[in-house]
Design a protein around this ligand. Structure first.
Ligand code: GAR
Length: 229
């Protein structure tokens, strides 16, 4: 009989992840102009760096025009500086409403020539001001297989529910938190011995694999739908 609570070896975890995760594009799409990305980040910025690396490798045909962050001293500030990316602090604590913050975000992104808004650990609810400002071109990554476990502490929610597989989702952003059409997901197995930190690290490994590919896919579909190059 199969023990559903089996402990996976590291090699087995890697093998299972490879089987259930989407393959990266064999040929990455090229656009008439590189995609102009504005990245919104609240924390560590590891997804920002993974996207920047995909661009540097020549995979994702894009430029990160600006990083907007809301927490002074967040890890993303140091990363942006190291990557040579302009970073703008828009501290939500200094705004009277979510709409007022989003208004300044849209202004900042437009001033930098952004076509796509990439939420990479942006831990603020967004409003119609941002979503309508970039219709259909706002993407988010979330550390769960949405629609399961939206909101805060998604990894802890998944562990508490006793799921046997977890993962991450890139989706187009709609008003409800962590909702909207799914662009790409990757699955990781859950080991019964996993701490939240263990599972989060495994999920983040997949986030770093798929986010750039999901941006390329969403942009290809958008360009095809709008007959832009
Ligand atoms: C990522 O795991 C991302 O999925 C999560 O924040 C982390 C940011 O990490 N986002 C959400 O929970 C959004 N609801 P990073 O700052 O190292 O990229």
């Amino acid at each position: 009989m199969i023990d559903p609570n089996v402990n996976f070896s590291a090699a087995m975890l890697e093998t299972v992840s490879a089987l259930v995760s989407p393959p990266l594009p064999a040929v990455w799409p090229r656009f008439e102009q590189p995609l102009g990305l504005g990245v919104l980040a609240s924390g560590n910025g590891s997804n920002l760096e993974a996207i920047a690396q995909a661009i540097q490798r020549g995979d994702l045909h894009a430029q990160i025009q600006v990083v907007v962050y809301n927490n002074p001293g967040a890890g993303v500030v140091e990363r942006s500086a190291r990557l040579g990316l302009p970073a703008v602090l828009l501290n939500h604590r200094q705004y009277a409403s979510r709409e007022a913050l989003d208004h300044d975000i849209v202004q900042t992104l437009h001033a930098h020539g952004t076509d796509w808004v990439i939420m990479a650990g942006w831990m603020r609810c967004v409003t119609a001001v941002l979503i309508d400002g970039f219709a259909g071109r706002v993407l988010n990554i979330h550390p769960s297989l949405l629609p399961s476990f939206p909101g805060l502490r998604a990894v802890e929610q998944a562990l508490a529910a006793g799921v046997k597989v977890a993962g991450c989702t890139v989706h187009q952003v709609e008003l409800a938190v962590d909702s909207g059409p799914i662009v790409m997901q990757a699955v990781v197995p859950v080991d019964q011995a996993d701490s939240a930190a263990d599972l989060q690290a495994r999920i983040q490994g997949q986030e770093h694999r798929i986010y750039a590919a999901a941006i390329a896919l969403a942009a290809s579909r958008d360009r095809a739908a709008n007959r832009r190059g």
